[in-house]
Design a binder for this molecule. Structure first.
Ligand code: NAD
Ligand code: DAU
Length: 357
């Protein structure tokens, strides 16, 4: 089996479900169930004996050795992290605790387990660390896309904590020989995306008749990848990636935020028109920019394509349509994640007095 951490979050849950249908190999899923972790994301696996869920922290140095000894995984895929940039600006410490301290403790537990494996198992073992393009910093309009050798220039507490975790993973390979792989991926979107992030926030706010808050001038560029394509990239890197290597993962899909919001509005206008006949675009509201906001990300995904033959299956047009349709069909899921804690966050982040431009 494999150990997946953070498998109740957005990408982790998509990965676990896709993994079980693609390979059938059992998964031990360790997740702390923070505000972002949601067992409902895994509802389709209820009663499936191939999926073992454990609520716990990657930094728990008592729990990890027990779990590793009991379940004997052949690989670890580490998704567990605090992941939202705006939250990292309001409160960086949770990001240091999980992304830096937690990753260190996880690496220590896994290293001890790996060192105790028999020779053949030790040689075949892999630790795959899931990271982000944000560690590379921000690009200017004409700059070349991020390659794997682009220097690290993280600008937010979130990206700095992820950069630190990448360096720790690298160091555990160079110093202790742990067979690691790292993936640095661009912005994901798709089912089960928590509605604090741009695309799901725009969909749920539009349907609720609320403002669609666009930071600054809305011309910041992100490189969007449908989540199932990220999952297939991780499966491929785990299967055939060269130990110690980094693989950038992206969709060749650079788009300014305002264009994304316009696309979401157009799809909703088509699929769930407003009763007053107006476009959802009329709900767009330009608000104060994110502090230190990175202007542009773009991933050069040639290495993973040339070495491992991976390419995304979805275009942005097909992926965003599926995504909007998924949110329209899953209003219960949306209602359940909009808990008291979610409402507190939205009130703090989008307080009109503090944030309106
Ligand atoms: P998410 O916030 O939706 O999910 C994170 C999950 O980790 C949650 O289920 C949470 O409960 C769990 N978790 C948090 N702290 C934990 C801890 N200490 N121990 C165990 N579990 C813990 O995040 P996501 O968007 O699914 O991102 C997953 C990973 O992919 C992260 O490492 C993130 O940096 C990386 N990533 C995300 C994107 C993206 O666009 N979302 C892109 C590239 C890379
Ligand atoms: O690039 C990969 C990263 O993508 C991941 O590592 C992060 O975990 C993930 O959260 C995401 O980070 P971003 O900051 O790019 O995603 P977010 O959805 O928060 O914002 C996308 C863009 O939209 C960004 O330029 C900020 C802008 N935005 C976001 C929100 C929430 C708005 O204009 N308004 C908003 O309300």
């Amino acid at each position: 089996m494999i150990l997946v951490t953070g498998g109740a979050g957005f990408i982790g849950a998509n990965f676990v479900v896709d993994w079980l249908s693609a390979s059938g190999e059992p998964v031990l899923n360790l997740d702390k169930l923070t505000y972002a972790g949601n067992p409902e994301n895994l509802a389709s696996l209820q009663g499936d004996a191939r999926h073992v869920f454990v609520q716990g922290d990657i930094g728990d140095a008592d729990l990890l050795p027990q779990l590793l000894a009991q379940h004997h995984p052949r690989a670890v895929v580490n998704f567990a992290a605090e992941s939202h940039v705006d939250r990292s600006i309001h409160g960086p410490e949770d990001f240091i605790q999980t992304n830096v301290v937690g990753t260190t403790r996880l690496l220590q537990s896994v290293r001890a387990y790996w060192q105790g494996l028999a020779d053949a198992e030790r040689a075949a073992f892999r630790f795959l660390h899931v990271s982000t393009d944000e560690v590379y910093g921000s690009l200017g309009p004409g700059d070349a896309a991020f390659t794997e050798t682009h220097r690290y220039e993280p600008n937010s507490p979130y990206s700095a904590s992820k950069a630190a975790s990448d360096h720790l993973v690298r160091a555990w390979h160079h110093t202790y020989g742990l067979p690691v792989l790292t993936t640095n991926c661009s912005n994901n979107y798709g089912p089960y995306h928590f509605p604090e992030k741009l695309i799901p926030l725009m969909i749920v706010n539009a349907l609720a008749g609320k403002p669609l808050p666009v930071y600054g001038d809305g011309q910041q560029i992100r490189d969007w990848l449908y989540v199932a394509d990220h999952c297939s990239a991780i499966r491929r890197v785990l299967q055939a990636g060269r130990v110690g290597e980094v693989y950038n993962v992206g969709g060749w899909n650079e788009k300014p935020n305002l264009e994304i919001v316009h696309t979401v509005c157009a799809l909703l206008d088509e699929l769930r028109p407003r009763v007053d006949g107006q476009s959802y675009r009329s709900q767009i509201s330009f608000v104060k920019d994110r502090p230190g906001h990175d202007r542009r990300y773009a991933i050069d995904a040639r290495k993973i394509e040339q070495e491992l033959g991976w390419r995304p299956a979805e275009t942005f047009d097909t992926g965003i349509r599926k995504t909007v349709q998924w949110y329209l069909a899953h209003s219960d899921w949306v209602a359940h994640v909009q808990s008291g804690a979610y409402r507190d966050w939205v009130a703090k982040q989008y307080d009109p007095q503090a944030n309106n431009a």
